[in-house]
Design a protein around this ligand. Structure first.
Ligand SMILES: Cc1cc2nc3c(=O)[nH]c(=O)nc-3n(C[C@H](O)[C@H](O)[C@H](O)COP(=O)(O)OP(=O)(O)OC[C@H]3O[C@@H](n4cnc5c(N)ncnc54)[C@H](O)[C@@H]3O)c2cc1C
Length: 372
């Protein structure tokens, strides 16, 4: 297949699909190769939009995350208008409860809107918190989106906008000189003018780039049907090593482990036990709610836990990977800034901190061996 003058995005997770929609709406011709929507971390995530609760210190990464959080309402409105589908975007605020014996340092990003709630005040914000909760930080501007609904809406937008999806596995980026010449899949060779690598945790299989999977196990419970309200939890609870994310339809998502075990699949008793114990400590009522589902996913992690975005060692290859714990949050800003870069050549200063060249060997060894 020859897609001359076109952009070929390899990887159809939240980052690949958000960028495809952005590029198409701005007039480009786009194709996405994606093997399997089910395996995307986009489906596995909790959907928190949480630069403050995540305690990202003042840095280009914090600026990037805050910019994306600010873009969310308009981005969601646009997607919902294209598809007619809800995404469960809920600027619910996030409480970071502190339990007995835990430190409660003031967040470093203290110029931002946040408030310490003492033992009584936190219970006025959210009833039903565990006895060990002695207070907590309130971040009114953090929030959440139902990442599965959002991912569904993105897939629907792809159909509405008639963006072609090739449901195959890319097995090689074919290089020629300092350019990518094509992408070899299991079935065919596909050529385009420009290429984007958005393959999340699997990126290292296609390119010499320091990305490795960080596994996260999750589970969900649901508020019992006979309960007086659909959802008693009205805000996200973000504790130490545990978070509880209520959805407006009565589901409650509990996450997540963080494990360096490669692509090892499945939920483990130890993983489930630690999540349940942590969640019940924060919000004891959960222990009586019916369990709905267990699942796991792979975050794309880099050595410094920052994404790898923008130019690569190949003139016509853009990198859009390594979003680690914040890919749902970062989808709108990544799509916007990489859209600008690809279509106008303009690189926003915010992208500078995320260039692949901060890893001296990344992508260069292969280029050098091509040139020798
Ligand atoms: C348990 C868990 C909880 C999380 N919670 C949050 C959260 O609350 N908030 C937040 O902002 N982020 C969260 N994240 C992180 C977020 O999910 C990721 O950062 C984000 O999904 C990365 O997006 P991506 O598009 O790069 O990768 P993915 O969403 O993983 O998509 C990559 C896609 O590329 C495809 N692909 C890979 N290789 C190939 C190939 N060779 N050929 C064809 N297709 C290929 C895969 O099949 C997949 O569909 C969480 C992640 C996990 C695992």
């Amino acid at each position: 297949m020859n897609l001359s003058q076109d952009i070929l995005i390899v990887g159809g997770g939240i980052i690949g699909l958000s960028l495809a929609v952005e590029l198409k709406l701005r007039g480009a011709s786009v194709t996405v190769i994606s093997e399997n929507f089910q395996q995307a971390a986009a489906r596995a995530a909790a959907g928190m939009l949480a630069p403050q609760a995540e305690q990202i210190p003042p840095s280009p990464m914090l600026d990037f995350c805050l910019e994306s959080r600010a873009l969310y309402p308009a981005w969601i409105e646009k997607l919902e208008a294209i598809t007619g589908l809800p995404t469960g975007y809920w600027p619910s605020g996030i409480i970071a409860p502190v339990c007995e014996g835990e430190a409660y340092e003031k967040p470093e990003s203290s110029g931002l809107n946040s408030q310490w709630l003492d033992k009584d005040a936190i219970r006025q914000h959210q009833i039903g918190l565990g006895e060990k909760v002695i207070g907590g930080w309130w971040y009114p501007e953090d929030g959440q989106v139902d990442n599965r609904a959002l991912f569904q809406a993105l897939q629907s937008a792809i159909k509405e906008l008639q963006i072609e999806i090739v449901r195959e596995r890319a097995i090689e980026l074919i290089r020629q000189g300092n350019k990518i010449f094509g992408v070899e899949t299991e079935a065919e060779k596909i050529q385009a003018d420009r290429y984007v690598l958005a393959t999340g945790a699997w990126s290292e299989k296609l390119l010499d780039i320091p990305i490795c999977p960080r596994k996260g196990q999750m589970l969900s419970v649901s508020v019992p049907k006979n309960y007086p309200v659909t959802q008693p939890l009205q805000t996200v609870l973000f504790g130490k090593g545990i978070y509880i994310v209520p959805r407006q339809d009565g589901r409650i998502i509990i996450g997540a482990t963080s494990e360096n075990v490669g692509f090892q699949e499945g939920n483990t008793p130890a993983g489930m036990q630690s999540l349940l114990a942590g969640a019940i400590k924060l919000y004891p009522e959960l222990q009586n709610y019916p369990v709905q589902e267990f699942w796991w996913g792979f975050r794309p992690a880099t050595p410094d836990e920052l994404p790898i975005l923008g130019a690569s060692a190949w003139e016509n290859l853009t990198l859009a990977t390594g979003h680690y714990r914040n890919g749902i949050l970062l989808a709108p800003v990544t799509a916007k800034l990489l859209g600008d870069l690809i279509l106008t050549g303009k690189s926003d200063p915010l992208l500078a901190a995320f260039n692949y060249s901060r890893f001296p060997s990344a992508g260069l060894t292969q280029l050098q061996s091509q040139l020798n």
